[in-house]
Write a protein that binds this ligand. Structure first.
Ligand code: FAD
Length: 359
Protein backbone atom coordinates (compact mmCIF):
# COMPACT_ATOMS: atom_id res chain seq x y z
CA UNK A 1 0.00 0.00 0.00
CA UNK A 2 1.51 3.33 -1.09
CA UNK A 3 1.23 6.46 0.98
CA UNK A 4 0.61 8.47 -2.17
CA UNK A 5 0.05 7.92 -5.86
CA UNK A 6 0.57 11.03 -7.98
CA UNK A 7 -1.28 10.86 -11.30
CA UNK A 8 0.43 12.95 -13.98
CA UNK A 9 4.04 14.13 -14.38
CA UNK A 10 3.50 17.69 -15.59
CA UNK A 11 4.43 20.77 -13.57
CA UNK A 12 1.87 20.00 -10.84
CA UNK A 13 2.71 16.32 -10.45
CA UNK A 14 6.48 16.87 -10.42
CA UNK A 15 6.16 19.60 -7.82
CA UNK A 16 4.00 17.34 -5.63
CA UNK A 17 6.38 14.38 -6.00
CA UNK A 18 9.40 16.52 -5.19
CA UNK A 19 7.86 17.81 -1.96
CA UNK A 20 6.63 14.36 -0.92
CA UNK A 21 10.19 13.00 -1.17
CA UNK A 22 11.64 16.04 0.55
CA UNK A 23 9.32 15.37 3.45
CA UNK A 24 10.84 11.92 3.85
CA UNK A 25 8.51 9.67 1.90
CA UNK A 26 10.47 7.04 0.00
CA UNK A 27 10.35 6.71 -3.79
CA UNK A 28 8.54 3.56 -4.97
CA UNK A 29 7.89 2.25 -1.44
CA UNK A 30 5.74 5.21 -0.39
CA UNK A 31 5.28 7.29 -3.53
CA UNK A 32 4.85 6.57 -7.23
CA UNK A 33 4.05 8.91 -10.09
CA UNK A 34 2.00 7.45 -12.96
CA UNK A 35 2.12 9.28 -16.27
CA UNK A 36 0.34 8.45 -19.52
CA UNK A 37 2.92 10.12 -21.77
CA UNK A 38 5.68 8.23 -23.57
CA UNK A 39 8.31 10.58 -22.15
CA UNK A 40 8.78 13.65 -19.90
CA UNK A 41 7.23 17.06 -20.59
CA UNK A 42 3.57 16.84 -19.54
CA UNK A 43 1.30 18.71 -21.96
CA UNK A 44 4.22 20.82 -23.18
CA UNK A 45 5.56 17.77 -24.95
CA UNK A 46 2.65 17.97 -27.41
CA UNK A 47 2.67 21.68 -28.21
CA UNK A 48 3.39 22.93 -31.70
CA UNK A 49 6.95 23.94 -32.72
CA UNK A 50 6.27 27.67 -33.15
CA UNK A 51 5.15 27.93 -29.51
CA UNK A 52 8.32 29.20 -27.90
CA UNK A 53 9.12 30.69 -24.52
CA UNK A 54 10.00 33.89 -26.35
CA UNK A 55 6.39 34.23 -27.55
CA UNK A 56 4.50 35.32 -24.43
CA UNK A 57 4.94 31.95 -22.78
CA UNK A 58 6.63 31.47 -19.47
CA UNK A 59 7.33 28.36 -17.45
CA UNK A 60 7.98 28.92 -13.76
CA UNK A 61 10.76 27.10 -12.00
CA UNK A 62 10.06 23.80 -10.37
CA UNK A 63 11.22 23.69 -6.74
CA UNK A 64 14.93 23.21 -6.19
CA UNK A 65 16.16 23.39 -9.78
CA UNK A 66 15.65 26.50 -11.91
CA UNK A 67 14.91 26.32 -15.61
CA UNK A 68 17.60 28.93 -16.31
CA UNK A 69 17.47 31.07 -19.42
CA UNK A 70 16.40 28.90 -22.33
CA UNK A 71 16.81 29.91 -25.95
CA UNK A 72 13.66 32.01 -26.59
CA UNK A 73 13.41 30.60 -30.12
CA UNK A 74 13.68 26.90 -29.30
CA UNK A 75 10.28 25.16 -29.28
CA UNK A 76 8.97 25.08 -25.72
CA UNK A 77 8.02 21.43 -26.25
CA UNK A 78 11.75 20.61 -26.45
CA UNK A 79 12.85 23.03 -23.70
CA UNK A 80 10.29 21.86 -21.17
CA UNK A 81 10.61 18.14 -21.98
CA UNK A 82 14.36 18.41 -21.40
CA UNK A 83 13.85 20.39 -18.19
CA UNK A 84 11.35 17.91 -16.74
CA UNK A 85 13.51 14.93 -17.79
CA UNK A 86 16.51 16.39 -15.97
CA UNK A 87 14.31 17.24 -12.99
CA UNK A 88 13.01 13.68 -12.70
CA UNK A 89 16.55 12.30 -12.97
CA UNK A 90 18.16 14.74 -10.56
CA UNK A 91 15.65 14.14 -7.76
CA UNK A 92 15.10 10.43 -8.47
CA UNK A 93 11.37 10.90 -8.95
CA UNK A 94 9.66 7.50 -9.28
CA UNK A 95 7.83 8.16 -12.54
CA UNK A 96 6.26 5.16 -14.28
CA UNK A 97 5.33 5.64 -17.94
CA UNK A 98 3.51 5.16 -20.12
CA UNK A 99 0.83 4.29 -17.56
CA UNK A 100 -2.70 5.54 -18.13
CA UNK A 101 -4.98 5.61 -15.11
CA UNK A 102 -8.40 4.32 -16.11
CA UNK A 103 -10.24 4.51 -12.79
CA UNK A 104 -9.80 5.57 -9.20
CA UNK A 105 -12.16 3.79 -6.81
CA UNK A 106 -12.68 3.84 -3.06
CA UNK A 107 -11.44 0.92 -1.03
CA UNK A 108 -13.78 -0.19 1.65
CA UNK A 109 -12.47 -0.07 5.21
CA UNK A 110 -13.24 -3.83 5.25
CA UNK A 111 -10.33 -4.33 2.86
CA UNK A 112 -8.21 -3.74 5.93
CA UNK A 113 -6.64 -0.61 4.50
CA UNK A 114 -8.65 2.04 6.29
CA UNK A 115 -10.52 3.22 3.24
CA UNK A 116 -7.75 4.20 0.86
CA UNK A 117 -8.05 4.51 -2.90
CA UNK A 118 -7.38 1.98 -5.64
CA UNK A 119 -5.78 3.32 -8.81
CA UNK A 120 -6.55 1.08 -11.79
CA UNK A 121 -4.37 1.53 -14.85
CA UNK A 122 -3.54 -0.12 -18.15
CA UNK A 123 -0.35 -1.40 -16.48
CA UNK A 124 -1.60 -2.73 -13.16
CA UNK A 125 -3.26 -1.57 -9.96
CA UNK A 126 -1.88 0.50 -7.11
CA UNK A 127 -3.48 0.92 -3.70
CA UNK A 128 -2.81 4.10 -1.85
CA UNK A 129 -3.88 6.03 1.20
CA UNK A 130 -3.84 9.28 -0.79
CA UNK A 131 -3.98 10.30 -4.43
CA UNK A 132 -2.70 13.56 -5.86
CA UNK A 133 -4.41 14.11 -9.19
CA UNK A 134 -2.31 16.23 -11.57
CA UNK A 135 -3.72 15.26 -14.96
CA UNK A 136 -4.02 18.73 -16.49
CA UNK A 137 -6.40 19.55 -19.32
CA UNK A 138 -4.61 18.62 -22.55
CA UNK A 139 -6.52 15.38 -23.06
CA UNK A 140 -9.90 17.16 -22.92
CA UNK A 141 -10.07 19.71 -25.77
CA UNK A 142 -13.33 21.61 -25.58
CA UNK A 143 -15.41 21.95 -28.77
CA UNK A 144 -18.41 24.20 -28.17
CA UNK A 145 -21.58 23.27 -30.00
CA UNK A 146 -22.68 25.42 -32.95
CA UNK A 147 -25.43 24.43 -35.37
CA UNK A 148 -24.17 23.22 -38.75
CA UNK A 149 -20.76 22.12 -37.51
CA UNK A 150 -21.10 18.60 -38.87
CA UNK A 151 -22.04 19.88 -42.36
CA UNK A 152 -18.92 22.03 -42.89
CA UNK A 153 -17.14 21.05 -46.13
CA UNK A 154 -13.70 22.31 -45.11
CA UNK A 155 -11.32 21.26 -42.35
CA UNK A 156 -12.01 21.74 -38.65
CA UNK A 157 -9.37 21.31 -35.99
CA UNK A 158 -8.79 22.21 -32.37
CA UNK A 159 -5.73 23.84 -30.75
CA UNK A 160 -4.95 20.34 -29.49
CA UNK A 161 -4.22 19.22 -33.08
CA UNK A 162 -2.57 22.39 -34.41
CA UNK A 163 0.96 21.93 -35.70
CA UNK A 164 1.98 24.60 -38.21
CA UNK A 165 0.37 27.54 -40.05
CA UNK A 166 1.98 26.20 -43.25
CA UNK A 167 -0.93 23.76 -43.41
CA UNK A 168 -3.19 26.77 -44.06
CA UNK A 169 -1.15 28.58 -46.71
CA UNK A 170 -3.46 30.32 -49.16
CA UNK A 171 -6.61 29.24 -47.29
CA UNK A 172 -9.36 31.26 -45.62
CA UNK A 173 -9.24 30.53 -41.89
CA UNK A 174 -11.77 31.29 -39.17
CA UNK A 175 -10.25 31.28 -35.69
CA UNK A 176 -12.73 30.78 -32.85
CA UNK A 177 -11.92 31.78 -29.27
CA UNK A 178 -10.88 34.78 -27.20
CA UNK A 179 -7.72 33.46 -25.53
CA UNK A 180 -3.98 33.64 -26.06
CA UNK A 181 -3.86 30.67 -28.44
CA UNK A 182 -6.38 32.30 -30.80
CA UNK A 183 -4.41 35.55 -30.79
CA UNK A 184 -1.15 33.79 -31.54
CA UNK A 185 -2.64 31.70 -34.33
CA UNK A 186 -4.06 34.84 -35.96
CA UNK A 187 -0.71 36.62 -35.84
CA UNK A 188 1.12 33.64 -37.29
CA UNK A 189 -1.45 33.33 -40.08
CA UNK A 190 -0.72 36.89 -41.26
CA UNK A 191 0.79 36.70 -44.74
CA UNK A 192 0.26 32.92 -44.85
CA UNK A 193 -3.50 32.46 -44.96
CA UNK A 194 -5.52 34.07 -47.75
CA UNK A 195 -7.75 35.66 -45.09
CA UNK A 196 -8.46 35.32 -41.39
CA UNK A 197 -11.61 36.01 -39.41
CA UNK A 198 -11.58 36.15 -35.64
CA UNK A 199 -14.74 35.03 -33.89
CA UNK A 200 -15.25 35.68 -30.19
CA UNK A 201 -18.35 35.33 -28.01
CA UNK A 202 -17.53 38.53 -26.16
CA UNK A 203 -15.31 41.45 -27.17
CA UNK A 204 -11.67 40.49 -26.48
CA UNK A 205 -10.63 41.54 -22.99
CA UNK A 206 -7.47 43.57 -23.59
CA UNK A 207 -5.68 44.73 -20.48
CA UNK A 208 -2.72 46.96 -19.87
CA UNK A 209 -2.44 45.72 -16.27
CA UNK A 210 0.98 44.43 -15.31
CA UNK A 211 1.01 41.00 -13.70
CA UNK A 212 2.34 41.80 -10.25
CA UNK A 213 1.94 39.66 -7.14
CA UNK A 214 -1.12 41.52 -5.86
CA UNK A 215 -2.96 41.23 -9.15
CA UNK A 216 -1.95 37.53 -9.43
CA UNK A 217 -3.53 36.82 -6.07
CA UNK A 218 -6.68 38.64 -7.12
CA UNK A 219 -6.90 36.45 -10.24
CA UNK A 220 -6.41 33.28 -8.17
CA UNK A 221 -9.09 34.42 -5.74
CA UNK A 222 -11.56 34.93 -8.56
CA UNK A 223 -10.99 31.47 -10.08
CA UNK A 224 -10.94 29.92 -6.59
CA UNK A 225 -14.27 31.58 -5.94
CA UNK A 226 -15.76 29.27 -8.58
CA UNK A 227 -14.03 26.01 -7.63
CA UNK A 228 -14.77 26.49 -3.94
CA UNK A 229 -18.44 26.80 -4.92
CA UNK A 230 -18.36 23.55 -6.97
CA UNK A 231 -18.61 25.41 -10.29
CA UNK A 232 -16.62 24.45 -13.38
CA UNK A 233 -13.37 26.46 -13.31
CA UNK A 234 -12.87 29.39 -15.67
CA UNK A 235 -9.65 29.44 -17.60
CA UNK A 236 -7.06 31.68 -15.98
CA UNK A 237 -6.86 33.80 -19.17
CA UNK A 238 -10.62 34.39 -19.11
CA UNK A 239 -10.01 36.13 -15.80
CA UNK A 240 -6.72 37.86 -16.55
CA UNK A 241 -7.61 39.18 -20.00
CA UNK A 242 -5.15 39.52 -22.88
CA UNK A 243 -2.01 41.57 -22.25
CA UNK A 244 -1.83 44.54 -24.61
CA UNK A 245 1.83 44.08 -25.49
CA UNK A 246 3.47 45.78 -28.50
CA UNK A 247 2.98 42.73 -30.75
CA UNK A 248 -0.72 42.49 -29.97
CA UNK A 249 -1.15 46.25 -30.32
CA UNK A 250 0.36 46.05 -33.81
CA UNK A 251 -2.02 43.18 -34.63
CA UNK A 252 -4.98 45.34 -33.65
CA UNK A 253 -3.65 48.23 -35.75
CA UNK A 254 -3.30 45.88 -38.75
CA UNK A 255 -6.88 44.67 -38.27
CA UNK A 256 -5.78 41.08 -37.62
CA UNK A 257 -6.73 41.15 -33.97
CA UNK A 258 -10.12 42.76 -34.39
CA UNK A 259 -12.97 40.44 -33.55
CA UNK A 260 -15.80 40.00 -36.06
CA UNK A 261 -18.05 39.29 -33.09
CA UNK A 262 -19.93 36.16 -32.14
CA UNK A 263 -20.76 33.33 -34.53
CA UNK A 264 -24.28 32.05 -34.97
CA UNK A 265 -23.68 28.90 -37.01
CA UNK A 266 -21.25 26.97 -39.16
CA UNK A 267 -22.43 26.71 -42.77
CA UNK A 268 -21.27 24.23 -45.44
CA UNK A 269 -19.03 26.91 -46.97
CA UNK A 270 -17.98 28.88 -43.87
CA UNK A 271 -19.73 30.53 -40.97
CA UNK A 272 -22.60 32.89 -40.26
CA UNK A 273 -21.97 35.66 -37.75
CA UNK A 274 -24.56 36.73 -35.18
CA UNK A 275 -25.13 39.95 -37.16
CA UNK A 276 -26.17 37.86 -40.19
CA UNK A 277 -22.98 38.26 -42.25
CA UNK A 278 -21.77 35.14 -44.08
CA UNK A 279 -18.02 34.48 -44.12
CA UNK A 280 -16.53 31.94 -46.54
CA UNK A 281 -13.92 29.64 -44.98
CA UNK A 282 -11.77 26.63 -45.83
CA UNK A 283 -10.70 26.00 -42.24
CA UNK A 284 -12.29 26.53 -38.83
CA UNK A 285 -9.69 26.48 -36.09
CA UNK A 286 -11.31 25.99 -32.68
CA UNK A 287 -9.07 27.70 -30.13
CA UNK A 288 -11.75 27.15 -27.55
CA UNK A 289 -9.79 25.81 -24.65
CA UNK A 290 -9.75 22.69 -22.58
CA UNK A 291 -11.56 21.12 -19.65
CA UNK A 292 -10.02 19.30 -16.69
CA UNK A 293 -9.07 15.67 -17.54
CA UNK A 294 -10.92 13.94 -14.74
CA UNK A 295 -12.78 11.06 -16.43
CA UNK A 296 -10.83 8.46 -14.48
CA UNK A 297 -12.27 9.92 -11.26
CA UNK A 298 -15.87 9.28 -12.37
CA UNK A 299 -16.36 6.28 -10.00
CA UNK A 300 -15.84 8.66 -7.06
CA UNK A 301 -18.87 10.72 -8.14
CA UNK A 302 -17.31 14.05 -7.31
CA UNK A 303 -19.18 16.37 -9.68
CA UNK A 304 -21.43 18.99 -8.14
CA UNK A 305 -24.56 20.24 -9.84
CA UNK A 306 -22.55 23.29 -11.01
CA UNK A 307 -20.37 20.94 -13.12
CA UNK A 308 -17.20 21.33 -11.05
CA UNK A 309 -15.56 19.46 -8.19
CA UNK A 310 -15.86 21.15 -4.83
CA UNK A 311 -12.40 21.74 -3.39
CA UNK A 312 -11.15 23.25 -0.19
CA UNK A 313 -7.77 24.55 -1.32
CA UNK A 314 -6.46 21.46 -3.10
CA UNK A 315 -8.44 18.91 -1.10
CA UNK A 316 -11.58 17.40 -2.60
CA UNK A 317 -14.44 17.90 -0.19
CA UNK A 318 -16.29 14.71 -1.19
CA UNK A 319 -13.12 12.60 -1.02
CA UNK A 320 -10.57 13.90 1.50
CA UNK A 321 -8.00 11.32 0.35
CA UNK A 322 -7.85 13.01 -3.02
CA UNK A 323 -6.09 16.25 -3.94
CA UNK A 324 -6.56 18.13 -7.20
CA UNK A 325 -3.58 20.12 -8.41
CA UNK A 326 -3.32 22.09 -11.64
CA UNK A 327 -7.08 22.50 -11.36
CA UNK A 328 -8.89 25.83 -11.61
CA UNK A 329 -6.77 28.65 -10.26
CA UNK A 330 -3.69 26.43 -10.24
CA UNK A 331 -3.87 25.69 -14.00
CA UNK A 332 -0.72 27.67 -14.74
CA UNK A 333 2.87 26.64 -14.18
CA UNK A 334 3.09 28.99 -11.19
CA UNK A 335 -0.20 27.82 -9.67
CA UNK A 336 0.58 24.16 -10.41
CA UNK A 337 3.95 24.44 -8.66
CA UNK A 338 2.36 25.92 -5.54
CA UNK A 339 -0.59 23.53 -5.56
CA UNK A 340 1.80 20.55 -5.81
CA UNK A 341 3.56 21.74 -2.68
CA UNK A 342 0.27 22.33 -0.83
CA UNK A 343 -0.99 18.86 -1.72
CA UNK A 344 2.27 17.19 -0.65
CA UNK A 345 2.23 18.94 2.72
CA UNK A 346 -1.43 18.02 3.24
CA UNK A 347 -0.70 14.36 2.36
CA UNK A 348 2.20 14.22 4.80
CA UNK A 349 0.07 15.66 7.61
CA UNK A 350 -2.89 13.38 6.93
CA UNK A 351 -0.62 10.35 6.57
CA UNK A 352 0.83 11.06 9.99
CA UNK A 353 -2.68 11.02 11.45
CA UNK A 354 -3.46 7.72 9.68
CA UNK A 355 -0.32 6.09 11.06
CA UNK A 356 -0.96 7.29 14.62
CA UNK A 357 -4.58 6.12 14.50
CA UNK A 358 -3.58 2.74 13.05
CA UNK A 359 -0.85 2.16 15.68
P1 FAD B 1 0.03 18.84 -17.76
O1 FAD B 1 1.29 19.49 -18.17
O2 FAD B 1 -1.06 18.69 -18.75
O3 FAD B 1 0.44 17.38 -17.24
C1 FAD B 1 -0.53 16.40 -17.00
C2 FAD B 1 0.12 15.05 -17.14
O4 FAD B 1 -0.84 14.08 -16.72
C3 FAD B 1 0.49 14.71 -18.57
O5 FAD B 1 1.80 14.22 -18.61
C4 FAD B 1 -0.51 13.63 -18.97
O6 FAD B 1 0.01 12.66 -19.85
C5 FAD B 1 -0.84 13.02 -17.63
N1 FAD B 1 -2.15 12.38 -17.59
C6 FAD B 1 -3.34 12.89 -17.98
N2 FAD B 1 -4.33 11.99 -17.77
C7 FAD B 1 -3.73 10.88 -17.25
C8 FAD B 1 -4.21 9.61 -16.81
N3 FAD B 1 -5.51 9.30 -16.86
N4 FAD B 1 -3.32 8.71 -16.35
C9 FAD B 1 -2.01 9.02 -16.26
N5 FAD B 1 -1.49 10.21 -16.64
C10 FAD B 1 -2.35 11.13 -17.13
N6 FAD B 1 0.89 28.06 -18.34
C11 FAD B 1 1.88 28.89 -17.97
O7 FAD B 1 2.15 29.05 -16.78
N7 FAD B 1 2.62 29.56 -18.90
C12 FAD B 1 2.40 29.41 -20.24
O8 FAD B 1 3.07 30.03 -21.04
C13 FAD B 1 1.35 28.53 -20.66
N8 FAD B 1 1.09 28.33 -21.98
C14 FAD B 1 0.09 27.46 -22.34
C15 FAD B 1 -0.16 27.25 -23.69
C16 FAD B 1 -1.18 26.41 -24.10
C17 FAD B 1 -1.44 26.21 -25.56
C18 FAD B 1 -1.99 25.77 -23.13
C19 FAD B 1 -3.13 24.86 -23.55
C20 FAD B 1 -1.73 25.96 -21.77
C21 FAD B 1 -0.71 26.81 -21.36
N9 FAD B 1 -0.41 27.02 -20.01
C22 FAD B 1 0.59 27.86 -19.64
C23 FAD B 1 -1.16 26.31 -19.00
C24 FAD B 1 -0.39 25.00 -18.77
O9 FAD B 1 -1.08 23.95 -19.32
C25 FAD B 1 -0.08 24.83 -17.32
O10 FAD B 1 0.67 25.91 -16.95
C26 FAD B 1 0.74 23.63 -16.88
O11 FAD B 1 1.75 23.28 -17.79
C27 FAD B 1 -0.15 22.50 -16.62
O12 FAD B 1 0.57 21.60 -15.82
P2 FAD B 1 -0.12 20.33 -15.23
O13 FAD B 1 0.93 19.59 -14.49
O14 FAD B 1 -1.33 20.70 -14.48
O15 FAD B 1 -0.65 19.51 -16.48
Amino acid sequence: MQAAVVIGAGQAGLSAAHHLLRKGLRPETDVVVLDANEGPGGAWRHRWPSLTLGRAHRVYDLPGFPLGTPDPDEPSSAVVSRYYAEYERRFGLPVHRPVRVRQVVRLDARDGVGGGLEVRTDAGTWRSRFVVNATGTWDRPYWPYYPGREGFRGRQLHTHDFWSVEEFRGLRVVVVGGGTSAVQFLLQLEGVAAATTWVTRRPPQWTATEFDAGWGRDVEDRVNGRTSAGLRPNSVVSVTGLPLNPEYRRGIEAGTLVSAGPMEAVTPGGIRLADGREVGADVVLWATGFRASLDHLAPLQLRESGGGVLVDGVRVVKEPRLFLVGYGASASTLGATRAGRDAALAVVRADRVDRVVAA
